[in-house]
Every structure is written in structure tokens, then in C-alpha cells.
Design a binder for this molecule. Structure first.
Ligand SMILES: [Cu+2]
Length: 288
């Protein structure tokens, strides 16, 4: 009796220490990384693209990003894009940290969030990145450049661009009734531990083989982590950084942490890799 009581006390102590350590960890995490960039909506067409005045994740943000297309850009075409990163004085920012194996991640979405692409611009030096996104049709797209200048914090700069050509029909964003989807032979279920604005929450993706219903436990590292998750608000103003909680996990569960800055619809894309192939699973949720 006495012994089991002692065991219980020791056990509770261990748990308490563990919890304190964890919550400490999370708060640092939160301060350093868990931000959304609430970008100002700006209607720019490619002809009058100018400096993006969006806010970034850093209070002492000293970066500006200029997105400019080279040459013709009709929908359905691949259009070369320049992304120039400068400081506020107009001088190029030259050094960037490698984050998830890349110097810059570029997310391209259509304004209605039906099209999503995650690509990696090439660094040409002197703050200039180049990439050739694919725009499946004409219409409005939002570009989010995600990078970390050396010595600064994670920065996201976005731009709304208009691509000429026949527009695809607008697909209004609607909340998913069920958070289980089948993509590329994988059945993926998303669980959120609680849905509340401004609170850290855990997203768990559970991945099974769609045919056999067997859990998939051989996910490969994709860009240095079990997977990558991007979340964007329905109005495209908030781009959320979502962080894997156990980078080295291999499935069937992949856990991520984020927080939603305001209520409303969000589209979430989870990207994972198995057998050398990346698959992307979209979910739309409504944050109350
Ligand atoms: Cu990336």
C-alpha cells in the first residue's frame, strides 16, 4: 500500500516535470514560429505590380519582396517569375537560411483556393529567386513566398496577381462534411483536438491504404520532415505556419501544431511522401 502510494507520488512528479517542460517548449515555439501573416489584400494586375506591403512574421521586418513576371503569361502556360528580396532601403538581401531543405518555399493558390502548388524557386544570388509556376487558367492567384533571411525570423510575403486568359469557373469554398478523403490510393483522416481561434491546436493526419485499410507506416521524409502542411484562410489573407510535432515520424499518424488567428473557413493542404511520390490532401474546415 505504502509502496504503491510512493510510486504514485513519484509518477505524478515525473508527469508534472514532463508537462512543465513541454509547455515551456510550446510557448517558445509559439513566440518564435507560430504566426500568421495577415496580408493586406491588394488588387494588382501583372502590369502594375509593385512592392508588396504585406506584414511579415517579424516585428522588426526589414524585407520587401517584388514579384515580377517575365514575358507573356496566359493561363495554361508556365510563366517565369522573378522574386526579388530587398531590405527597406532597396538593397538586396543576400543570405538566407535553409529551412526544410530549401532557401525559399513558394505557395501558389488560385483566389478561390481550388488550385494549390508548393514549389521551390532557384536562388540566383543578390536576393533574386526565379521559378516558373504553372497557372492552369486565367484569373486571380495569390503567391506566398516563405523564407528566412539570415539573422531574421521566418518571413512570408504575398502578392495577388492576375493572370490573363480564360478564367476557370469560381469554386466557392465549402466546409468539408467529413474529414476523411481518398487521394492517390491513400485514405487520410484529419483530426483537430479543439477548434478555437487564437489557440494552439494539434492537427493529426492519419494515413491508411485506401484499399486494404492498413495503416501506412512507411512515410518518407519530405523536405526533412514527416510532411508539410499549409493552411490559408478563405479570404487568402492569413497564411499559417504549421509545424510538425515529431519531424521524424513515419506514419500512420502525423501531428502538426498551429493556431487560427480568426474564425471562418480555412483550406488545409497536407503533403506527404511514400515510395518517392508526394501526395497532397486538401481539407476545408470552419473555425468557429
Ligand atoms: Cu517548400
Amino acid at each position: 500500500m505504502k509502496r504503491s502510494f510512493l510510486t504514485l507520488v513519484v509518477f505524478s512528479l515525473v508527469i508534472t516535470i514532463f508537462l512543465v517542460a513541454c509547455s515551456k517548449d510550446e510557448s517558445t515555439d509559439h513566440e518564435n514560429m507560430n504566426h500568421s501573416s495577415n496580408t493586406k489584400q491588394k488588387e494588382t494586375s501583372h502590369e502594375d505590380m509593385d512592392h508588396d506591403e504585406t506584414t511579415s512574421t517579424s516585428k522588426e521586418d526589414n524585407t520587401t519582396v517584388e514579384f515580377s513576371f517575365k514575358g507573356e503569361h496566359e493561363g495554361g502556360k508556365q510563366i517565369p517569375l522573378n522574386i526579388q528580396v530587398n531590405n527597406k532601403k532597396g538593397q538586396p538581401i543576400k543570405d538566407f537560411e535553409v529551412e526544410h531543405e530549401k532557401l525559399m518555399h513558394l505557395i501558389v493558390v488560385s483566389k478561390d483556393l481550388s488550385h494549390f502548388d508548393h514549389i521551390h524557386p532557384d536562388y540566383k544570388g543578390n536576393g533574386l529567386f526565379t521559378v516558373t509556376p504553372n497557372f492552369p487558367s486565367g484569373g486571380e492567384y495569390k503567391l506566398y513566398a516563405d523564407f528566412v533571411p539570415i539573422g531574421a525570423s521566418k518571413t512570408v510575403k504575398s502578392e495577388l496577381v492576375t493572370i490573363e486568359g480564360n478564367k476557370a469557373k469560381n469554386t466557392p469554398l465549402t466546409e468539408d462534411e467529413e474529414l476523411t478523403k481518398v487521394v492517390d490510393g491513400k485514405e487520410v483522416t484529419l483530426k483537430l483536438d479543439h477548434l478555437m481561434t487564437g489557440m494552439d491546436l494539434t492537427m493529426t493526419f492519419t494515413i491508411k491504404d485506401a484499399k486494404t485499410k492498413q495503416p501506412i507506416n512507411n512515410l518518407q521524409q519530405y523536405l526533412g520532415a514527416v510532411g508539410h502542411v499549409v493552411a490559408i484562410s478563405g479570404d487568402t489573407e492569413s497564411y499559417l505556419h504549421v509545424h510538425p510535432m515529431e519531424e521524424k515520424a513515419t506514419g500512420p499518424n502525423a501531428k502538426f501544431m498551429t493556431s487560427f488567428p480568426k474564425s471562418g473557413l480555412y483550406k488545409i493542404w497536407g503533403q506527404f511522401q511514400q515510395d518517392g511520390k508526394v501526395f497532397t490532401i486538401p481539407f476545408t474546415i470552419n473555425v468557429p
